[in-house]
Design a protein around this ligand. Structure first.
Ligand SMILES: Nc1ncnc2c1ncn2[C@@H]1O[C@H](COP(=O)(O)OP(=O)(O)OP(=O)(O)O)[C@@H](O)[C@H]1O
Ligand SMILES: [Mg+2]
Length: 166
């Protein structure tokens, strides 16, 4: 599945740092944006989403939507937080979410790679959280440069470890 070129990369050494990176992204998100979170169980997808929520000015507690599938929060923009873990690929629930990308929401989807083909129409940002150690995570941002390059730069998330600035 095509997620677009890697536009930025960051290393996190704590849950709080992962939340800060999410907050930086959240501060540049706009209505209609779709963010696909990719990574193993316990990688930090929900932690990153808590940061996005903070960046959107959401003050309430953000909890994992694993069992409820979708939760919604109100901030500077409404945030829809979904988790596809318990769904089958191509599940009707996932197809239903297509509408969420078109409304005035920011949509964040954990395990979004499971239905990346369905969400591709929204030109999503893919955020992959890779476990490198007990506390260490590599967080990479991929998507179309046209839609996401400028905003990742504005958020301070556009450094690419391999060769940037060299
Ligand atoms: N650098 C880090 N960033 C994020 N979480 C970390 C980090 N280091 C350790 N952790 C721990 O990893 C776990 C991440 O949990 P979280 O619920 O965010 O993962 P998840 O990817 O959403 O999992 P799931 O697939 O079950 O939804 C937490 O227990 C957190 O304390
Ligand atoms: Mg989670």
């Amino acid at each position: 599945m095509e997620l677009g070129p890697v536009l930025g990369e960051a290393v996190s050494d704590s849950e709080e740092r992962t939340e800060e990176l999410g907050e930086a992204l959240g501060s540049v998100l706009a209505a209609g944006d779709v963010v696909l979170l990719i990574g193993d169980l316990g990688a930090g997808k929900t932690a990153f989403t808590r940061g996005i929520a903070r960046g959107l000015g959401i003050t309430g507690r953000v909890t994992s939507p694993t069992f409820v599938i979708v939760r919604q929060y109100q901030g500077r923009l409404p945030l829809v937080h979904a988790d596809l873990y318990r769904l089958e690929e191509g599940d009707a629930f996932a197809i239903d979410m297509l509408e969420l990308g078109e409304a005035g929401y920011v949509t964040v989807i954990e395990w979004g790679d499971r239905s990346a083909g369905i969400f591709a129409v929204h030109d999503p940002l893919a955020v992959s959280v890779e476990v490198d150690g007990a506390q260490r995570r590599t967080i990479a941002f991929s998507g179309s440069a046209d839609r996401w390059g400028g905003r990742l730069a504005a958020a301070g998330l556009s450094e690419v470890a391999r060769g940037a600035g060299a």
